[in-house]
Every structure is written in structure tokens, then in C-alpha cells.
Design a protein around this ligand. Structure first.
Ligand SMILES: Cc1cc2nc3c(=O)[nH]c(=O)nc-3n(C[C@H](O)[C@H](O)[C@H](O)COP(=O)(O)OP(=O)(O)OC[C@H]3O[C@@H](n4cnc5c(N)ncnc54)[C@H](O)[C@@H]3O)c2cc1C
Ligand SMILES: NC(=O)c1ccc[n+]([C@@H]2O[C@H](COP(=O)([O-])OP(=O)(O)OC[C@H]3O[C@@H](n4cnc5c(N)ncnc54)[C@H](O)[C@@H]3O)[C@@H](O)[C@H]2O)c1
Length: 472
């Protein structure tokens, strides 16, 4: 039995951050990884997907500025597929984790390669290529095993692509059907359209159902205008792959049939907690893990669950935020120090509840933080919603000819603070952090009038939103 202060299972971005945080706090840490150090985000999610999207986004942006030399009729698709894929491959380091392993070594984090499983209080067995090893933690075990794509039963017989195949593909299918209109669905519809595939997006409800409705409508409309066959309110009931040609035939509940060369299941995630020994803490394998705000698994004093696996916010930046809180809480508890687990305390991931930022890098982008108008009303806040057309802002008009987009601010009228903001339009991603600061800081509306946006930037929409709301 080898012993460390903290044992982390899963070396995705989140596990790495937990381990880094506890080592910085003076504890020893070992991390157990069954695939690639760096996890989903580095090799099959954020990085390759954004790399696939970037070239098309640049070409689109140029096509919307007269005189750039790129004409609207020329974009999409991108000019050079193989260059896009090659650029994507540099961001995944060719699916080689040597660079991340060097980071672990330089940070003083030990690595055991293999599959980890809880065997008792603070003990983990790792199945390696050479057999099993037993590890023990003095203070805490942290589960950071992430999530896998959830494939609906109706699609499973056709062995669909998941986000892994979509982000690592070396060939672009001529016809790609995508099932699911969440973030993966719209981002991959945008990327594969830009790469020249004929894309059909099959959505059982609305596009981007978690966002403000105008955002999903704008994305659906733009995808349609640029050649994507977007069908909403439709469910796939059967999927069959032809054994000879490899083509996939999808039958839908409205009687339509879609034939494609490949189908992508973009239908959400399931926890990677199969067979990891959760009975040790009275839980069942295969469950999402409920945690308190310091990421401690409910009812346990030593087991933490951080990142996707706790299902609080399935985003890299939010998982890393949780990792900083949990890592520092583990260090404080190990040293017998107090833990600031009150709302917005140093050891509490309070922002997970009502202040999560997210950008969908679709065409156009959707950037949001905090509560939508509907979520704020459901939560019982007294709400006033303020909308402003981004195209009327001078900076946006300069940014792109015919700029189309909308900004929404959701205000708590009792406290006069902002509960949520959504921007939908070209290149809005970088606008988001100002909104995040306003929401997390609960900056009073009357003080925001003194935060002057530079002229002529798209950020001037802040002033327009305030003017529309009226000075309190
Ligand atoms: C297509 C796609 C695009 C995305 N884009 C973005 C984006 O742009 N921005 C964003 O913020 N988020 C994005 N996300 C979400 C983001 O990828 C996840 O939130 C993030 O990867 C979660 O990190 P994690 O460390 O919790 O889990 P993971 O990255 O999944 O890491 C878990 C690690 O644990 C290992 N593991 C699992 N079980 C065991 C075991 N028993 N023993 C040992 N090791 C184990 C796995 O091999 C893996 O390396 C995207 C997701 C997808 C699918
Ligand atoms: N840019 C980003 O931040 C980014 C990009 C991609 C993914 N992610 C994260 O990864 C996670 C997974 O993304 P996702 O798009 O797979 O999940 P999601 O939950 O965002 O969307 C899944 C969609 O599939 C639909 N769906 C579920 N089951 C279905 C079925 N049987 N048939 C038809 N439709 C079905 C749902 O209604 C939903 O609209 C998300 O939590 C997301 O936040 C983030």
C-alpha cells in the first residue's frame, strides 16, 4: 500500500487542477488516469471542437465586411479542410499526453496509469496493465472521472458517432445527421457545415433549449439560411446502418426518413461512475454524485467529487473553479483550519448555482451567464427583462455589415441587480466576462451607469441596456 495525502481519480482538466491546488497547499498528491492525462476537454471536446470551428468563423467574419476580399457567397465552406484538420491536430498534440505528463512532473504530482476503484475508506485499487496496485490517502479521495456521451436506445443500433468521433475525425462525411440541438449539436452543425458536409440537425424540442428562446431561434435561422437542414419537434425512433454501404437510415416520429453517411448522437452526457466502488459510501455505481459547496460527497467526510461527475455545471471552467474551492478546502481541513463554506466563501463553489457563464461557439455565438428570464421567474425573483438589438450599436455595425443579434439583461427589480445576461450574435463571446462580473459582483444598476463602455465597441450595448431599463 502506497500512501499520499490526497488521491485523485481522473486526470482531466479538473483532476489536474485539484491535484495542483493541494500540492500548492503543501500536501502530497497522486493522480490515477486510465486514458490520456488532460481528459476530454484537451483531446475530444473543448480544444478540438473550437479548433474545428475557428477557421470557418474567421472566413465568415471576413465575408461580412465589405472590402475584405472574401465574398458572402464564398463562405462557408472553408477553403482548406485538410489544413483545418491539421490545425485541430496540433491542439490535441496528436492525442499524445506527454506535455501534460511533464506538467504533472514539474508540479510535483505523482501519476499512476490505470483504472481506479474505491475499495474502502480512503483506499483505491488501480488496475494497471501489469496487475493491481493499492493506494491510500491520508486525507481525501477526489473523484474527477467526468462524463461520457449518452447515446439514446433508438440510435445505438447504428453505432453513431459521439462527440469523440466528431471532434477527432480525419474524414468529413458528405452527409452528416446530428441528433440533439444542445451545445454539441449546434457547434458540430456549424463546424461540419463549414467543412463542407450536408448537415441535417434533428431536434426534438427547441434549438439550445437551456438558453433564452431568441438565442436558439437566431442560431436555427442562421444555420438554415446557410444550408443546414434544421428540423425541430422531431424525434428519431429507429436508426439502421447499411452493412454494405455504411450509410445510416433514420426514421422519425413524424414519418420522415433521413439518410446520411454518418450520424452524431449529441444528446447529453452520463456520469463516468460505472464500477468505481461507490458502495463504499452507500451509493450506487452509475450515479451522478451529489456534493456540498466544497465538493464533498453528501454524507462522507473524506470523499469529494469535482467536475462533470457531480453534474453541477458540465463545463471545464466551472469544473476548474470547483477544483480550486475543493483543493483549498481539503488543505484547510488537513491542517485543522476553518473552512469558509458560506455563500461566496473561499472554499465554496457558490457561482455554480446562479452565475454560470457559457459560450456556444455556433453561428452566431451565444454567450450567457446566470439565469434566463424564465429561470429567474421560476426561482421567484421579481424580474424585469430588457432586450436590445445589437445591430443598432455603432460598434456592432462597424464590426460586420448587417450585424444581427440581441442582448438581454434580466434584472431583479427589488435588489436592482442583474440576475442574467445573454448575448446572441457574431463574435459576442468576449463580451461575456463583463456580464459575469456584474452578476457575481451583484453590482447595483445605479453603479453600472458609471462603468462606461468604450466607443465604438459592441460593449456599448451595456449603455443601451441601461438606458432602456431607465436610471433608477
Ligand atoms: C464536444 C464537447 C465540447 C465541449 N466544449 C466545451 C467548451 O468549449 N468549454 C467548456 O467549458 N466545456 C466544454 N465541454 C465540456 C467539458 O469538456 C467538460 O466539462 C470537461 O471536460 C469536464 O472535465 P472533467 O475533468 O470533469 O472530466 P474529463 O475531462 O472527462 O476527465 C475525466 C478523466 O477521468 C478519467 N477516468 C475516468 N474514470 C476513471 C477511472 N475509473 N480511473 C482512472 N481514470 C478515470 C478519464 O479517462 C478522463 O481522463 C465540451 C464537451 C464536449 C463533449
Ligand atoms: N461551448 C461549450 O461550452 C460546450 C460545447 C459543447 C458541450 N458543452 C457541454 O457538454 C455537455 C454536453 O453537451 P450536449 O449538447 O451533448 O448536451 P445538452 O444537454 O446541451 O443537449 C442535449 C440535447 O439533446 C436532446 N436529447 C436528449 N436525449 C435525446 C433523445 N433521445 N433524442 C433526441 N434528443 C435528445 C436534449 O433535449 C438536449 O437538447 C453540455 O452540458 C454542455 O454544456 C459545452
Amino acid at each position: 500500500m502506497s500512501t499520499w495525502d490526497v488521491l485523485v481519480i481522473g486526470a482531466g482538466a479538473v483532476g489536474e487542477n485539484v491535484a495542483g491546488q493541494v500540492v500548492a497547499g503543501g500536501l502530497s498528491a497522486v493522480i490515477v488516469e486510465s486514458e490520456l492525462v488532460g481528459g476530454e476537454c484537451s483531446y475530444w471536446a473543448c480544444m478540438p471542437s473550437k479548433a474545428l470551428l475557428r477557421s470557418g468563423a474567421v472566413r465568415r467574419a471576413a465575408a461580412h465586411v465589405r472590402g475584405s476580399g472574401v465574398h458572402q457567397a464564398e463562405a462557408p465552406p472553408v477553403v482548406d479542410r485538410s489544413e483545418v484538420l491539421a490545425r485541430r491536430n496540433t491542439f490535441t498534440s496528436g492525442w499524445d499526453d506527454a506535455g501534460q505528463v511533464t506538467w504533472l512532473e514539474n508540479t510535483g504530482i505523482d501519476l499512476v496509469r490505470g483504472r481506479g476503484r474505491l475499495t474502502g475508506e480512503r483506499t483505491v485499487e488501480v488496475t494497471t496493465t501489469d496487475g493491481t496496485v493499492q493506494l491510500e490517502a491520508r486525507h481525501a479521495v477526489v473523484i474527477c472521472t467526468g462524463s461520457d456521451a449518452a447515446v439514446p436506445a433508438a440510435l445505438a443500433p447504428a453505432a453513431p458517432w459521439t462527440s469523440r468521433e466528431a471532434t477527432s475525425a480525419e474524414e468529413i462525411p458528405e452527409r452528416l445527421a446530428i441528433v440533439g440541438g444542445g451545445v454539441v449539436g449546434v457547434e458540430m452543425a456549424t463546424a461540419y457545415r463549414d467543412l463542407g458536409a450536408a448537415v441535417t440537425l434533428l431536434v426534438r424540442g427547441r434549438v439550445l433549449p437551456g438558453a433564452e428562446p431568441f438565442a436558439g431561434d437566431l442560431v436555427a435561422g442562421t444555420l438554415r439560411e446557410t444550408g443546414v437542414d434544421v428540423r425541430t419537434g422531431v424525434s428519431v425512433t429507429e436508426a439502421v446502418r447499411d452493412a454494405v454501404t455504411g450509410t445510416v437510415r433514420l426514421s422519425c416520429d413524424d414519418g420522415q426518413v433521413v439518410v446520411a453517411d454518418e450520424v452524431l448522437a449529441a444528446t447529453g452526457r452520463r456520469p463516468r461512475t460505472d464500477d468505481i466502488g461507490l458502495s463504499v459510501v452507500g451509493r450506487s455505481d452509475g450515479e451522478w454524485l451529489d456534493v456540498d459547496d466544497t465538493m464533498r460527497v453528501s454524507g462522507s467526510g473524506w470523499l469529494y467529487a469535482v467536475g462533470d461527475v457531480n453534474h453541477r455545471a458540465l463545463l471545464t471552467h466551472q469544473g476548474k473553479y470547483q477544483a480550486r474551492a475543493a483543493g483549498d478546502a481539503i488543505v484547510a481541513r488537513a491542517h485543522g483550519q476553518g473552512v469558509a463554506d458560506h455563500a461566496w466563501g473561499a472554499h465554496a463553489a457558490t457561482a455554480d448555482h446562479e452565475a454560470v457563464p457559457q459560450v456556444a461557439f455556433s453561428d452566431p455565438e451565444v454567450a450567457s451567464v446566470g439565469l434566463t428570464a424564465a429561470a429567474a421567474e421560476d426561482a421567484g425573483y421579481p424580474v424585469r427583462v430588457v432586450d436590445y438589438e445589437l445591430g443598432s450599436v455603432a460598434g456592432a455595425a462597424l464590426h460586420a455589415d448587417g450585424y444581427t443579434g440581441t442582448a438581454r439583461m434580466v434584472v431583479d427589480t427589488e435588489r436592482q441587480v442583474i440576475l442574467g445576461v445573454t448575448f446572441a450574435g457574431p463574435d459576442v463571446a468576449e463580451l461575456l466576462h463583463a456580464a459575469t462580473i456584474a452578476v457575481v459582483g451583484q453590482v447595483p444598476i445605479d453603479r453600472l451607469w458609471h462603468a462606461v463602455p468604450s466607443y465604438p465597441t459592441i460593449s456599448e450595448v451595456w449603455l443601451r441596456l441601461l438606458e432602456t431599463y431607465g436610471r433608477p
